[in-house]
Design a protein around this ligand. Structure first.
Ligand code: NAP
Length: 254
């Protein structure tokens, strides 16, 4: 029987690349995001190419009732999730705290921390019961270091690092791996979302530098998951070679 991986934020960027690499390796996918049309396109694509099944799930992970109702009542064939990839996340704005927008703060906290917790709460008990599973949480270099204007985003990603540590302790003895993947700059829709749809401003972030691609990160995710179950890569920081810290990169290096 094929394993099942649930990927949040499967409609774009790193999540979409994770779907592709896991599907390519014969794993059935539950793909979660709000933009259903993208998930349906992904379903047609991976089912035709790789002969796996993909269940598209339109869900806003900040809606705790919807998350619980749907994910704790999955069709029988989809219940035994072996791999959970908590990838959905976003940044909003780059304002200093004193100039910050409270709606932006709340959205980041709601998706990056609370949404991750709601999804995990629905899936982790099954892993504990079956004594088997792998959880991958997407943190960031921003969870290790902060930068001007990064305030709340960095705080949410630091929270994800701590939640990964806490989960590892809480599930010890249940044969469950908890892996944190912490990338530097990756070219996805991340900056478009950060700058509220300003594509020109977003494109500038990736000018004159070679950032990571979403496939680079997804390959790292797959590598950690493909190791034997007794091996846990606790925390993998993965950076573009042209970036040496959250703030230092080839563009501002003198
Ligand atoms: P992206 O291309 O913008 O993708 C973000 C994904 O999250 C989308 O599929 C989006 O789907 C989903 N999402 C956002 N809010 C959601 C919600 N309320 N409910 C369900 N899904 C939601 O960005 P990305 O770069 O791939 O980001 C993936 C993860 O990597 C994030 O956790 C991010 O913090 C982390 N990360 C990114 C970078 C980077 O430089 N790009 C660096 C380090 C870490 P819908 O809009 O369709 O719902």
């Amino acid at each position: 029987m094929k394993k099942i991986a649930l990927v949040t934020g499967a409609s774009s960027g790193i999540g979409k690349s994770c779907v592709e690499i896991f599907a390519k390796n014969g794993i059935n996918i539950i793909a979660v995001a709000r933009r259903l049309e993208r998930l349906i396109e992904l379903k047609d694509n991976v089912e035709n190419r790789y002969g796996v099944k993909l269940l598209p799930v339109q869900l806003d992970i900040t809606d705790k009732t919807a998350v619980s109702d749907y994910l704790t009542n999955l069709p029988d064939d989809w219940k035994d999730i072996e791999i959970l990839i908590n990838n959905a996340g976003l940044s909003r704005g780059l304002d200093k705290l004193q100039d910050g927008n409270i709606d932006d703060w709340e959205e980041m906290i709601d998706v990056n921390i609370k949404g991750l917790l709601y999804v995990t709460k629905a899936i982790l008990p099954g892993m504990v019961k079956r004594n088997s599973g792998t959880v991958v949480n997407l943190s960031s270099i921003a969870g290790h270091e902060t930068y001007i204007g990064g305030n709340v985003y960095c705080a949410t990603k630091a929270a994800v690092l701590h939640l990964s540590k806490a989960m590892r302790m809480d599930v010890l003895g249940h044969n469950i791996r908890v892996i944190s993947i912490d990338p530097g700059m990756v070219e996805t829709e991340f900056s478009i979302v950060r700058f509220h749809g300003d594509k020109e401003k977003a494109d500038k972030v990736y000018e004159n530098i070679t950032p990571l691609t979403p496939d680079d990160v997804a390959n790292a995710v797959y590598f950690t998951v493909s190791l034997p179950q007794h091996v846990t890569i606790e925390d993998m920081v993965i950076m573009p070679t042209q970036q040496a810290s959250a703030t230092l990169n080839i563009k501002n290096y003198k």
